[in-house]
Design a protein around this ligand. Structure first.
Ligand SMILES: Nc1ccn([C@@H]2O[C@@H]3COP(=O)(O)O[C@H]3[C@H]2O)c(=O)n1
Ligand SMILES: [Zn+2]
Ligand SMILES: [Zn+2]
Length: 244
């Protein structure tokens, strides 16, 4: 089953050389935008991708580099295309996404709640959900910021796409050895203490066979100086199209 991934950006929250870590995941008949950060509208414009070609958006957690572009997207879909974008979101994130992030900008006549701006599809953690005939996504809650929910994705029961997350070696080991995970798209923090992210040093402690499945994303502007220093892992490049 062919899945294609094109990252709109592969940068961390403060990167300036790279757009926000948001990706277009495509089957032959469906395009899912994974996260829609502050830079997503500009990245889509530069790639020549019209918003109406996006069939749905899925958000992993509530940080600007993952949801900061939703206001523009919703307004342009409404006023330019006359459409309500489909939004997949974890049950636990729907209310805070509206109350804490989108309400201020989107509220106006005709828009009083998240469902007025988006065709909201709630996802439950641990329950694989079919988004289209060839695309199934399961949310796996992974730790990021204490007290804030964040969800990584298990795609088609074989590809792990990490949200921003603290290193979870047991999860990665279990996915590879017990759930036949064949590809891991993982966030990485190259320098400084991880705290709320996974450091390169932590990922380098994984067995080589797991490392060889990992592509690194959500990195800082210093990425180029780490080429050749990532063990069996490689860097995902923004705008390149990968067959997964
Ligand atoms: N305890 C924290 C919380 C946040 N941060 C930084 O803020 C960014 C928010 O977006 P992010 O992509 O999750 O990356 C976070 C950290 O860089 C951080 O460095 N330490
Ligand atoms: Zn982030
Ligand atoms: Zn985050």
């Amino acid at each position: 089953m062919t899945l294609r991934l094109q990252m709109l950006g592969t940068g961390g929250a403060f990167a300036k050389k790279y757009f926000n870590n948001n990706g277009l995941l495509c089957t032959e008949d469906f395009t899912l935008l994974i996260d829609c950060g502050i830079t997503a509208p500009l990245a889509l414009h530069q790639l020549g991708k019209p918003l109406e070609k996006i069939d749905a958006i899925l958000v992993t957690h509530i940080h600007g580099d993952h949801v900061g572009g939703l206001e523009e997207l919703a307004f342009r879909m409404k006023f330019v295309y006359g459409k309500k974008p489909v939004l997949y979101v974890a049950e636990s994130l729907a209310e805070p996404l509206w109350e804490h992030t989108l309400k201020g900008g989107l509220t106006q006549e005709g828009i009083a709640c998240l469902e007025d701006a988006f065709d909201v599809k709630l996802l439950r953690e641990g329950e694989p959900t079919q988004l289209s005939p060839k695309l199934t996504v399961e949310l796996i809650r992974t730790p990021h910021i204490p007290g804030k929910a964040s969800y990584s994705l298990y795609i088609n029961n074989e590809i792990f796409y990490s949200a921003d997350m603290i290193f979870q070696p047991e999860l990665l080991t279990k996915l590879v050895y017990e759930r036949n995970c064949r590809k891991i798209l993982h966030e990485v923090q190259l320098t400084g203490p991880g705290q709320v992210h996974t450091t390169l040093q932590e990922l380098l402690s994984l067995p080589f066979d797991i490392q060889s499945k990992i592509s690194l994303m959500h990195y800082g502007d210093e990425m180029e100086s780490f080429i050749g220093a990532t063990g069996e892992m490689s860097f995902l490049r923004q705008h390149e199209v990968y067959t997964l």
